[in-house]
Design a protein around this ligand. Sequence first.
Ligand SMILES: Cc1cc2nc3c(=O)[nH]c(=O)nc-3n(C[C@H](O)[C@H](O)[C@H](O)COP(=O)(O)O)c2cc1C
Length: 228
Amino acid sequence: MDKDAMITAVVDENIRSRRSARAFLPTPVPREEIDAVLRIASRSPSGTNTQPWKVYVVSGEARISLSAKILDVYNDPEKMKQHQREPFDWPQPYLGRRRKVGWDLYNLIGIPKADKERMHAQHGRNYAFFDAPVGLIFTIERVLKQSSFLDCGMFMQTIMLAACARGIDTCPQGAFIQFEKIIAEHLRLPEGERVICGMAMGYADPAAPENNLVTERDPLENFVRYIE
Ligand SMILES: Cc1cc2nc3c(=O)[nH]c(=O)nc-3n(C[C@H](O)[C@H](O)[C@H](O)COP(=O)(O)O)c2cc1C
């Protein structure tokens, strides 16, 4: 294999092998590794090089107490009333895809369809960052618009790939958005910043069944049109 073909194979394999991990070992991620991942990810493109992303790296006591504050609310229906999100009816085919990934995960960990309590508990694992030693909270300034969200998404994907290349696992976590108020207070976010996503980072537990989830992708013909 020549050098170019080798690079292509390595890059493709990195993209293919990245998966969302949902159970982590307590093994800490060295600060230099986190810095290296974030530094290379800052090479991500952004509209007119605006680089709108901000990331809060939460570990140790700060991570544990953030999780505790969120879970205290998440597990209390009365307190949850202040954190309700506007309902959104996902249309097909997105609804079907969401359900499939959910059932596939619950099947792997043995949660039957009717077991609302265990589903609630499993979703709650998000707020413990699935026990990952590092949690990332992504914010952008409130005044920014749609294109800045895209920029931040690209930044996040580059983080995940750069982490994967170093043997570090991740899980992007939109679940945190619901608890923006608690996060803002805990991290003392400036007034003008909004939480747009979270991410767990660490080393996946190879013995955890939830980490065997392999998600499907639609074939090209379902989402590509060549127009000549
Ligand atoms: C913006 C975004 C938000 C996500 N939020 C969550 C989340 O809150 N909890 C979770 O377990 N997975 C979350 N995921 C992971 C997706 O479920 C996952 O990427 C998808 O099922 C494809 O699986 P893969 O990442 O293993 O390829 C999120 C992914 C993205 C891109």
